[in-house]
Design a binder for this molecule. Structure first.
Ligand code: UD1
Ligand code: CA
Length: 484
């Protein structure tokens, strides 16, 4: 961004004015060729408009008014559900929705937010719901420049090699901003300008509000252009400036599936870079998705295709192999999560090894040095230090002590069709392969359960439980059968 020189002899710029935001999201997005409204298409695991909402929220803006038109109810429902699911009720509480029944242009869209902004006398960020990659820091810088210049309207511009389709920033011979001219209304000379309007603005709301009243649809598209406010405000003797955003690609909207893919890649890379700066190795940032809320310690290595979501916290020196997806999971130092493990709302202790293909469902708590191997599913289950379930098991509603070995194919039969029941395996227990533990049941300290046993009664400490029918060998059976 260019900096605006301070105006001599003026008092310091006000930084504590109230701040609100309007997000324009009433457009349909015909170029997406979709039944779904454009702003609900997803990049980096979230609807486009949710990225914009989160950036606006991070600047402190309140309220955040979303102007909806096409599929208004769907946009509102999806946003509220998404924010609730990630525990962001505080952001949801700042959202307001305003309808624009007909697409009559960007000025009309902003005017629809008036009801929700009644009595608001501060600064307003005007954002587009289809510009998901503009970070909160860029909005804060825009606001700073706007306030430092004491402008009525500050436009975020960008320089593009191919400015086709965008509104052009018109400056006079001295470089002073004069107007925005839409492509269809531009002279050949204006069309040659490479500085474009990104459609993101900071405004003094009371001044913009009044200017919008005077905007008329006398242009090539017959629309109410928000961009006309520049000329009107300058005509009133107010200040309007355009500040260039250096990373042009961040400030551009998504209009097609191709641009959606570009934006997904940019967002994924940004999330990965944040962790890399904190000392984490991310081997293939473009194939990795890491939520902004995720934390990881130094010397952790993240392999390609990993997804880390929500309030996931990973310690130092961990290895997360390809295809793992962790949602709201705490991982202790030195743990290894092998390929294609899925875990949610769980804790994995230090030096544990989980996976490949393990499924830790909510309420799983592994203490240190545990091993949960391939095709093991756990739910509301605790494993004490050093305990292992290495192969092919279901462990639900189980409390497992220290140094317990759960053999291959062990199943906790925790559900009787009506209620869930607990299983307790005390310290040092050994469960042979292919055991069914019919809950509620307790296996006492140090007890053994023989392979193939169906445990229906509690096993006392130090005992061996075994339930098998005795094996019969019928000599010559195969030969006799073949002869028939
Ligand atoms: C607008 C700007 C143009 C800028 C471009 C950046 C105007 C007149 N022109 O172009 O200078 O280069 O954005 O992308 O403002 N929207 C509504 N209701 C409407 C019209 C638009 O909600 O009636 C929303 C759209 O959903 C979108 C945003 O406003 O999120 C911008 O609209 P779009 O049609 O993409 O841009 P233009 O108006 O062509
Ligand atoms: Ca557009």
């Amino acid at each position: 961004m260019t900096t605006t020189p301070p105006v001599p002899g003026t008092s310091p710029a006000p930084t504590d004015r109230p701040l609100a935001a309007v997000i324009l999201a009433a457009g349909e997005g015909t170029r997406m060729k979709s039944r779904r409204v454009k702003v609900l298409h997803e990049a980096a695991g979230r609807p486009l408009v949710e990225h914009v909402v989160r950036a606006a929220a991070a600047t402190g803006a309140s309220p955040i008014v979303i102007v909806v038109g096409v599929q208004a109810a769907a946009v509102q429902e999806r946003l509220l559900a998404s924010l609730a699911a990630s525990g962001d009720a505080a952001i949801a509480a700042r959202l307001r929705f305003a309808e624009q029944p007909e697409r009559r242009g960007t000025a009309d869209a902003v005017a629809r937010a008036r009801g929700e902004l009644a009595g608001f006398g501060g600064d307003l960020l005007v954002l587009c719901g289809d510009v998901p990659a503009l970070p909160a820091e860029a909005l804060s810088r825009l606001l700073e420049e706007h306030r430092a210049a004491r402008a009525a309207l500050t436009v975020l511009s960008a320089e593009l090699p191919d400015p086709g389709g965008y509104g052009r920033i018109v400056r006079d011979a001295r470089g002073t901003f004069q107007a925005i001219v839409e492509q269809r209304d531009a002279t050949p000379e204006q069309r040659a300008v490479r500085e474009i309007n990104t459609g993101t603005y900071a405004a003094d709301w009371p001044l913009l509000d009044k200017a919008i009243d005077r905007i008329t649809p006398d242009n090539a598209q017959g629309e109410y252009y928000l961009t006309d406010a520049v000329r009107l405000l300058l005509g009133d003797g107010e200040r309007s400036i355009a500040v260039v955003h250096g990373q042009a690609e961040e400030a551009l909207g998504v209009n097609s599936r191709r641009q959606l893919a570009d934006v997904h890649r940019a967002l994924a890379r940004r999330a990965a870079e944040r962790l890399m700066d904190a000392g984490v190795t991310v081997l293939d940032p473009d194939s990795t998705w890491i939520d902004a809320t995720v934390v990881a310690g130094p010397d952790t290595v993240i392999h390609p295709g990993v997804t880390l979501e929500g309030r996931t916290t990973i310690g130092a020196g961990c290895v997360i192999r390809a295809g793992a997806r962790l949602t709201d999971v705490v991982v202790g130092d030195g743990a290894t999560i092998l390929d294609y493990t899925i875990a949610a709302a769980s804790t994995i202790g230090p030096d544990c090894q989980v996976g490949p293909f393990a499924h830790l469902r909510p309420g799983t708590v592994l203490s240190d040095h545990c091993k949960v191997g391939n095709f093991v599913e756990t739910k509301k289950t605790k494993l004490g230090p050093g305990s292992k379930a290495s192969h092919l098991s279901y462990l639900g509603d189980a409390t497992i002590g220290t140094g317990v070995n759960v053999g291959a194919g062990t199943i906790t039969c925790n559900y009787d069709g009506t209620h869930k029941h607990p299983t307790v395996l005390e310290d040092g227990v050994f469960i042979g392969s292919d055991t069914q533990l019919v809950a509620p049941v307790t296996v006492g300290k140090g007890a053994y359960v023989g392979a193939g046993t169906t445990v229906t009664k509690d096993v006392p400490a130090g005992a061996l439980a075994i339930s098998r029918t005795e094996q019969r060998n019928i000599e010559g059976w195969v030969e006799r059968r073949v002869k028939k």
